[in-house]
Design a protein around this ligand. Sequence first.
Ligand SMILES: *[C@@H]1O[C@H](CO)[C@@H](O)[C@H](O)[C@H]1NC(C)=O
Ligand SMILES: *[C@@H]1O[C@H](CO)[C@@H](O)[C@H](O)[C@H]1NC(C)=O
Length: 238
Amino acid sequence: MFSYIICFFSVIISANCALAPFITPCHTQNDTCTLAAAQAALPYVAAGLPELGVKPLDPLHIPVIKSDQGGLTLTFTDTVITGLKNCKIDGIRHDITKPKQSVVIRCSINQAGNYKLNGRLIVLPVEGEGKYNIDIRDIVIKVTSEMSMVPGEDGKLHWHVNKWKHAYQVKTGAHFQFDNLFNGNKVLAEPVEMFMNTNWSDVMQEVAPPVVYSIVAAVMDTLEALYKIVPADELALS
Ligand SMILES: *[C@@H]1O[C@H](CO)[C@@H](O)[C@H](O)[C@H]1NC(C)=O
Ligand SMILES: *[C@@H]1O[C@H](CO)[C@@H](O)[C@H](O)[C@H]1NC(C)=O
């Protein structure tokens, strides 16, 4: 009658999971309940679960993000991303037979750190190195993952994410600040800043893919860490 809950935040939705007490029990097939439970649990997981050895997602530290595409070489170092704990889960769907799960989340996040840019940003030549700050309002990310059950060290079965893929779109806007573009030459820097913040959508398509990938990878690592600790039978309603 009841079976496993394999949604994105399944660990957090356990009925009888002593390891994660901030759980609301749900029937597996009840997407409404699952979504509400995942939403309620998200801030707890994002804050980190030190007693389970799960690192925080908010703030999220990413040492290096690199990209080299479309004539633009880009390196972000010591990036701190904040805001993930306030993400809204727009939808959760799971297919128990495959098993496969997909989740849509909507987030407004800030990322800051050091940057190094060189090349061509769409039509404009750009170079610089210094501090950066990007504010992203309403990025909608869909993650689809394929799951399996594997035996854990405790001898019980655990969920495991075999592979995942993602897609995203920024809905409302993005604001970019790159200090020290063109080594501080404002005459050169100002048109680039204007271009970035007017054409934020195009710029996001150039600049954001490696960042979004890093964020989703960190979230999936967190979930995998939780799955490893909490046996699948503690994620079932019974
Ligand atoms: C689904 O769960 C909600 C509580 O979150 C409950 O109100 C509703 O009756 C449930 N639906 C079904 C079909 O069990
Ligand atoms: C935005 O992009 C378009 C097309 O690339 C360009 O013509 C326009 O000048 C840009 N806006 C600013 C403020 O740079």
